[in-house]
Design a protein around this ligand. Structure first.
Ligand code: NAD
Length: 695
């Protein structure tokens, strides 16, 4: 029993599981558990069995690497069967976490006791999976179907005390967990607690109104669009209220297998590992420097949101702007955002008050003299940013890090304005900064490893997903956005409409179409950037004038009530005037418009993303293909259930994607030049990272 030790405490046997770090349900652990259950059964002197976790936790869950692989016996199913068939009562003693299969192991025991700070949950849905060890059958029996639906489709952790109130945990340990678990076991064997058979208990599932399930489905229809697992979960919880445990469990097993082998689950598991990998920098071994106080320069849209991120994480922030008016505007924006969070119920008033109290405003540079890290979010103008950095360099502590939130500018040129280029980097937050989880950490050629290590640690404090990008125009996200945005503009010229393209994208799973997104962000800012860039644009490359023409009409998107769409409040309405404009541009360019099938639109947009992604990888702007996927899912609305553009391409088959790109190149010209990495990765069996030259 390598992973499980078996001991006797009088007439109670104790199985202690030990599979550090989280006691995952590995084969060895399952074998050990099975042996412990059998040993307790065979030992006439034993009257009950306690299962408890060694180390810092109970069985935290299944091993994610095992999903989608053949089950090796004894499977969790076999253990659950053995526990349910055990003539001797079994008590699960939970501390730390019991998630997924770990929790189902505990639910299959007759009794449960937990430490007050333990957490339980069924997070499978977050990986496109569902409870597979009876979770959908135990929860309604123990806590009722309404709670069962919330817990199993929500995937969020549940505190032990809450679970106790619901009846899922029988006791909260007041003293030492093992000692209290032994007392519980004694109470069971002495008859102080009545014998029970939970699988046959129907108290909470008798006469449930079927409307409960229909209503729950209706309520979540939009949220679960295109997903498989949550719908299956509701079916199984509903079945639990109609069928015997054995029948419901059979249904759950089948549904679990379907989810386990789905594209969605593979994609979400890919993202789970990609997010973990994104935080790792292969060449940085330095430790992070402590960061205890923050400065933010520029109290506009981004500066206000960035200040909130730090304040929410408990750090004091000094927010700087040039005038009292600008500062007051920023502080008002912040107070308004907190008030919205409170009114929506996403933040308690006390937390909002505490966070707001951590932000103080100033118009004096000297107010930032004590900050460990200063984030600049002033206008997107190199001269202004360099002036700001020169001033910050003069007043900041010698070790302070100076970060810029620039979307497009050269980090190294900004660093060049200081005497500390090693302490300068980009921290590219996304709007709204206090909501969006993505953070591109931009590494300049002179950024010191310790600065990067500190930024990555800080991202964890902020609960952001940090992805490293090299210092190249558009970094990772905006560069791909430019590539597929360009293709969308060409599709307009060839026959599509903004609303057709947006529909194709939302049907694919984006929460919003590209043109609606542009309207929301505002068309004028990028128009001004294009006007600056146009004189140096290569003449032989195709250029679509449609976006410029729309701006020339004074249509800047939602803020002017008109952009690609007309707006009634925030509702986008297709506008015949825009269609007329697009048709006239096609005529001017001599392009014969034709119907473009939805499939072609989708293929061209996604191939454009993947080809640009391949270039970004080959140039070393992104370290891993998974980093690009993490950026696209968390910052640009790419549907998580499809794994990101690089994963999509890999699953679609890189050979066919390469062939498509070659054909588009022939047909549409130089923007489609195939990235050599695309061909190499196709030869490497679809593994992007294996196709990269060794570092
Ligand atoms: P904004 O115009 O809303 O705010 C800029 C603020 O900076 C204003 O309050 C202005 O008074 C202040 N400011 C200007 N010069 C200053 C100076 N010398 N010292 C102190 N304060 C000064 O702009 P924004 O949308 O918040 O963008 C700020 C930066 O963030 C830009 O570099 C932008 O490219 C980048 N960014 C913007 C977004 C976005 O979606 N808006 C997303 C990511 C990054």
């Amino acid at each position: 029993m390598t992973h499980v030790s078996y001991t006797r405490h009088g007439d109670i046997a104790v199985a202690t599981v030990n599979n550090p770090p989280v006691n995952a349900l590995s084969l060895g652990l399952r074998q050990g558990l099975m042996q412990a259950i059998e040993a307790s059964r065979a030992d006439a002197g034993v009257r009950a069995l306690v299962i408890i976790g060694g180390g810092s936790t109970f069985v935290a869950g299944a091993d994610i690497n095992d999903f989608g692989k053949p089950y090796e016996e004894p499977s969790l199913y076999a253990i659950i069967d053995a526990l349910m068939a055990s003539s001797k009562p079994v008590v699960a003693a939970i501390h730390g976490t019991a998630f997924g299969g770990g929790l189902e192991l505990a639910l299959s025991c007759q009794w449960r006791i937990a430490s007050p700070d333990a957490q339980i949950g069924q997070p499978e849905v977050k990986l496109g999976l569902m409870p597979g060890g009876g979770g959908t059958q135990w929860w309604p029996r123990l806590a009722g179907p309404a709670v069962a639906l919330e817990v199993t489709t929500g995937g969020n952790p549940v505190a032990a005390r809450q679970a106790h109130e619901w009846g899922v945990i029988d006791r909260i340990a007041e003293g030492k967990l093992l000692e209290d678990a032994l007392v519980l076991a004694q109470d069971v064997v002495s008859g102080t607690l009545p014998a029970r058979n939970l699988a046959e208990s129907t108290d909470k599932i008798r006469s449930v109104d079927p409307a409960l399930f229909d209503e729950f489905r209706r309520k979540n229809q939009r949220k679960w669009k295109g997903q498989l697992a949550p719908w299956k979960i509701v079916d199984c919880v509903e079945a639990a209220c109609r069928l015997s445990f054995a029948e419901g469990f059979r249904l759950e097993k089948d549904a679990f297998r379907e989810c386990e082998h789905s594209y969605q689950s593979r994609s979400l598991i890919h993202l789970f590992f990609a997010e973990r990998a994104a935080g790792k920098l292969p060449d940085v071994t330095d430790t992070a420097a402590p960061v205890a106080s923050i400065g933010v320069v520029g109290a506009g849209t981004m500066g206000a949101g960035i200040a909130m991120c730090f304040a929410n994480a408990g750090l004091p922030v000094t927010l700087l702007d040039t005038s009292d008016e600008a500062l007051a505007r920023g502080m008002k924006l912040i107070a308004g955002n907190y008030a919205t969070s409170v009114s929506r119920g996403s933040m308690p008033q006390s937390r909002a008050d505490a966070a707001l109290a951590r932000i103080r405003g100033s118009t004096e540079d000297s107010a930032l003299a004590d900050a460990d890290l200063i984030v600049e979010a002033v206008f997107e103008d190199m001269a202004i940013k360099q002036t700001v950095f020169r001033r910050l360099d003069a007043i900041a502590k010698p070790g302070a890090i100076l970060a810029t939130n620039t979307s497009t500018l050269d980090i190294d040129a900004i660093a060049g304005a200081t005497s500390r280029p090693g302490k300068v980097l980009g921290l590219h937050f996304f709007s709204p900064a206090n909501v969006m989880r993505l953070l591109e950490v931009v590494r300049g050629p002179r950024t010191a490893p310790e600065t990067l290590a500190t930024a990555m640690a800080l991202a964890r404090t902020l609960r952001k997903i940090a992805v490293i990008s090299a210092n190249a125009y558009g970094f990772i996200g905006n560069r791909i956005l430019a590539a597929y945005g360009r293709e969308a503009d060409f599709l307009l010229e060839e026959g599509a409409t903004p609303w057709q393209i947006d529909r194709v994208l939302t049907e694919f799973g984006f929460p919003m179409g590209l043109f609606a997104m542009r309207d929301m962000a505002g068309l004028d800012v990028i128009w001004r950037i294009r006007q600056q860039e146009n004189p140096t644009r290569a003449a032989h490359l195709r250029y679509s004038p449609i976006a410029d023409r729309i701006c020339e009409m004074g249509r800047f998107g939602q803020k002017t009530g008109r952009g690609y769409y007309l707006y009634d409040g925030r509702t986008a309405i297709p506008d015949p005037e825009i269609e007329t404009l697009i048709v006239s541009v096609s005529a001017e360019l001599g392009i014969a418009r034709k119907d473009i099938p939805d499939t072609e639109i989708l293929q061209r947009l996604l191939c454009a993303m993947a080809n640009e992604g391949a270039r970004i990888l080959a140039e070393g702007v992104a370290l891993r293909a998974g980093d690009i996927d993490v950026v696209y899912v968390n910052g640009y609305g790419f549907p998580a259930t499809r794994g990101g553009p690089m994963w999509w391409a890999r699953e679609a088959g890189l050979t066919s994607i390469h062939d498509a790109v070659v054909a588009y190149h022939r047909q549409h010209g130089d923007y489609w030049t195939p990235s050599p990495l695309l061909a190499r990765a196709a030869e490497c069996g679809g593994d992007w990272d294996a196709a990269l030259p060794p570092v």
